[in-house]
Ligand binder design. Structure first.
Ligand code: CP3
Length: 334
């Protein structure tokens, strides 16, 4: 069993490190591949290149896990929406069509995502046996934000866009939950051994909707995974003290902290769960001294409990790969 799985399932305390967005825009070798592949979705669906990109950070750094190179938006894509990336603006999806979405059959969905599963198979064959291969999905709420192009800017969304539609929102959540579980199971069957569920925009949910839009969908997915013996890591980013209630209700194997969560608070309040991450990726843009000081706060606080070293958000594009190497070496020597 990989050490990450050991920490997640057996709640064993040992050293383990990987980083969100470890395969991506800060790596020169990724930028090279990306320059030749202007269509991002097509790149994600190129199994050989996807496997190659997944392994790039493991060739450079002493990491315990790979995370498959893919994207959370491949699920809305496989459910019938076109996905494009506009420079400076981020992802843009074609207009949501309820009948297309709700009538989508499992077979069609699966065949559209088949290249992701092939990429996982290729990666698993090339990856050292003792390393984990993490698969992932976006949580329903976070996908809905993109499916309805609801993000006005970094912090604001227009929730009225949802209220003004004629369809039943609950049906959309349920269909997503159902198909996300299918996508998770297929990724595990292909050779991934853990799933991380990204609810990156959970922090935008109004307090009176948090159970309905965040806890319930995450719980349904985690319960499915428990039934299938698939280890889960949830990341309900930005929900502040609701992390406590989230953990009590959803009970994932692991929970990723965001930079707003105080490590001491997390240690005291988040029980029966393996903690992961927390360190603000902006620290990698600072001096070594500042970076190591910030990292020490997490490593020191969690040294006696099951903890996977990671970040509070993905690595930033402007990160120097050498800093990533230094941070991993610092963690290993701690
Ligand atoms: O972590 C990894 O290395 C695996 C690959 C991965 C990508 N996206 C590749 C990617 C993972 C785990 C994701 C998750 C993802 N995608 C999330 C959840 C995590 C988070 O960061 O909040 C979200 C919200 C998305 C949606 C998405 N995809 C956005 C908003 C963007 C554009 C801006 C950005 O964040 O990079 C993408 C594109 C994307 N996904 C890139 C990569 C490497 C950049 C593509 C490029 O322009 O070269």
């Amino acid at each position: 069993m990989s050490n990450i799985k050991n920490i997640l399932l057996k709640k064993k305390s040992c050293k383990s490190v990987w980083f969100m967005r470890q395969a991506g825009r800060y790596l020169p070798e990724f930028k090279k591949v990306r320059a030749d592949n202007p269509n991002f979705i097509e790149l994600c669906l190129n199994s050989n290149l996807s496997a190659e990109i997944t392994l790039q950070p493991l060739k450079r750094f002493d990491l315990d896990s790979a995370i498959i190179f893919s994207d959370i938006l491949l699920v809305p894509y496989a459910l019938g929406q076109d996905v494009s990336f506009i420079k400076e603006e981020g992802p843009k999806l074609s207009e949501f069509d309820f009948p297309t979405f709700i009538n989508k059959k499992e077979g069609d969905f699966k065949s559209k995502l088949e290249p992701v599963y092939r990429a996982i198979e290729i990666t698993r064959k090339k990856l050292e046996k003792n390393k984990s291969l993490i698969s992932f999905v976006g949580a329903p709420w976070t996908l809905i934000i993109y499916m309805f192009n609801m993000k006005l800017d970094k912090k604001n969304i227009d929730i009225n866009i949802l209220n003004s539609k004629k369809f039943n929102l609950n049906e959309i959540f349920n269909k997503l939950i159902n198909f996300l579980c299918i996508h998770i199971k297929n990724q595990i069957n292909a050779g991934a051994d853990i799933v991380q569920i990204f609810d990156s925009w959970a922090g935008l949910i109004p307090q009176n909707k948090i159970k309905e839009f965040c806890y319930r969908p995450n719980l349904e997915i985690v319960n499915f995974c428990k039934k299938e013996h698939i280890p889960t890591i949830c990341f309900p980013k930005g929900i502040k003290e609701n992390y406590y209630e989230f953990n009590e209700v959803v009970r994932p194997d692991g929970i990723n902290l965001d930079p707003d969560i105080d490590p001491l608070w997390a240690k005291e309040k988040l029980k029966n769960v393996t903690l992961q991450g927390g360190l603000d990726p902006k620290n990698l843009l600072k001096s070594n001294k500042e970076l190591f000081e910030a990292a020490t706060k997490y490593i020191q606080t969690f040294k006696d409990i099951p903890y996977i070293f990671n970040l509070g958000h993905g690595l930033l594009p402007e990160t120097d790969p050498d800093k990533v190497d230094k941070l991993i070496k610092f963690y290993r020597s701690f």
